[in-house]
Design a protein around this ligand. Structure first.
Ligand code: 5AD
Ligand code: SF4
Length: 459
């Protein structure tokens, strides 16, 4: 799942008619929550907001106004952890001037570095892993002179039945499974998020129905290996059908699938169910069989390309994106060239690429790094430059074509322009009119393209 950088999760500010958690001096205790990492973490923060709101906490947008400061963290690469450490030292200064403020670390990094964190940051009041969020109110209450630590991973916790505080908009991300059993050699996720487990299908369908009733038009099903979903007799293909049957929901997407779990029935549902949108983020990681084996990815280049071929022939107009790691242990110049070759063959619409980062606990940890930082940097730049060219070419091919665009609101730049997404998840901006409402679908004819977005006119 691609890293989305920092996201301030702002809970809805509506009053809640539950017990209020009082603070010294009266009033309701206020929580500030900041989120790092992938879409899954953003969804988890929405769960945390819901848990705390129900327990009587209010929420604020600035750490200076908070009684409790929480950071939901990412451990996927060292860089993600460094950013959080930097941020923590800012917040520690704040705590120094207001010692009564409670400061807590949540999520993957809490799980990953539990022991060293407390040693390095003794002023932390709270360290809580991703399976402990139901217990957060108790943990916050318990923290005092000693930090409250809870990093128990669970084989069962799916947070089923706990509705997150979704951010308002046209699209909602619904977590359908948690954890990962794949144990790719480079990846810390199975160690910090635990074993794979799926939310019962009835809970998912009920949640999607409630979202439809609230006016959401698009649902993105979320999971670390989302297409490994299985709850009882319901597999991923069956779940897609059940979700597609919910009235009012117009578009369905999912992220991130694993190539090895992309079953024929799932491809058939994607091809036959019009609500399922023609876009897939299909991480490949490398284009070298030697590296794919070392990474323990469970497929070969040929197998992956065969899957891409089957997907493209079943789903016309399918857009594809991917994740690539450069400089994994043992990656030679030839291996890297093989990755560039694969990217030229597939011609992805976009790609997220990362320098390999050695992670403690993983299978590849003991191997260390064999490619220098400089060489990783060179490979990354070359790969990005090539992909930018392909993305631009691909988007330019769309000029003159018309797409249904689900309108999301005003465009960030450009007076009077609005923006939305095509079925292929490409951003389109277009001149807005008073009568174009958010959540409606308009037809836009594309008249210009960059590598990252399209612009069009309504037709
Ligand atoms: N180093 C670099 N990139 C990584 N990813 C996962 N683990 C690592 C690591 N140790 C990348 C993969 C994955 C994406 C979410 O992050 O490409 O698909
Ligand atoms: Fe990590 Fe591999 Fe699981 Fe993805 S499938 S979360 S890369 S271990």
């Amino acid at each position: 799942m691609a890293d989305t950088g920092v996201n301030k999760q702002q809970s809805r500010s509506e009053a809640v008619g539950r017990a209020k958690v009082a603070v010294a001096g009266g009033g309701r205790a206020r929580v500030y929550l900041e989120t790092y990492g992938c879409q899954m973490n953003i969804a988890d923060s929405q769960l945390v907001n819901a848990v705390l709101r129900r327990a009587g906490y209010g929420s604020v947008d600035k750490p200076e106004e908070a009684d409790v400061i929480l950071i939901n963290t990412c451990a996927i690469r060292e860089h993600a952890e460094e950013r959080v450490i930097g941020r923590l030292s800012d917040l520690a200064r704040l705590k120094h001037s207001r010692p009564e403020v409670k400061l807590g670390l949540l999520g993957c990094m809490a799980q990953h570095n539990r022991a060293s964190l407390i040693a390095k940051a003794p002023w932390l009041d709270l360290v809580a892993g991703p399976d402990t969020y139901r217990r957060l109110p108790e943990l916050i209450g318990r923290s005092g002179y000693d930090p409250a630590v809870d990093v128990r991973l669970s084989r069962e916790e799916t947070y089923a039945g706990l509705s997150p505080d979704y951010e308002a908009g046209v699209r909602a991300y619904v977590t359908i499974m948690r954890g990962c059993d794949k144990f790719c050699a480079f990846c810390v996720v199975p160690y910090v998020r635990g074993r794979e487990r799926s939310v019962p299908a009835e809970n998912i369908v009920r949640e999607v129905e409630a979202l439809a009733a609230r006016g959401f038009k698009e649902i993105v099903l979320l999971g670390q290996t989302v297409n490994a979903y299985r709850a009882g007799d319901v597999d991923f293909a069956a779940l897609l059908r059940n979700v597609a049957a919910v009235e009012g929901i117009e578009r369905i997407r999912f992220t991130s699938p694993h190539p090895s779990d992309m079953s024929t029935p799932a491809i058939e549902v994607m091809a036959s169910e019009p609500k399922i949108q023609p876009y897939l983020h299909l991480p490949v990681q490398s284009g070298s069989d030697r590296l794919l084996a070392a990474m323990e990815r469970g497929y070969t280049v040929r197998g992956y390309l065969d899957l891409v071929g089957r997907l493209r022939s079943a789903i016309p107009g399918l857009a594809l994106s991917t994740d690539i790691i450069v400089g994994f242990h043992g990656e030679t110049k030839n291996d890297f060239q093989a990755t560039l070759d694969l990217m030229r063959t597939v011609r992805y619409d976009s790609a997220f690429s990362f320098k390999y980062s050695v992670r403690e606990h993983t299978r590849a940890y003991r191997l260390g790094d064999s490619v220098s930082e400089e060489e990783k940097g060179r490979r990354l730049s070359e790969l990005i430059a090539m992909q930018e060219k392909i993305s631009l070419e691909r988007n330019r091919e769309l000029i003159g074509q018309t797409f249904p665009v689900l309108v999301e609101g005003p465009a960030r730049r450009g007076e009077g322009r609005m923006m939305g997404k095509t079925p292929q998840f490409k951003t389109v901006t277009f001149p807005g009119h008073d009568n174009i409402a958010t959540g409606t679908t308009i037809n836009a004819r594309i008249d210009a393209a960059t590598g990252h977005s399209l612009s069009g006119v309504t037709v």
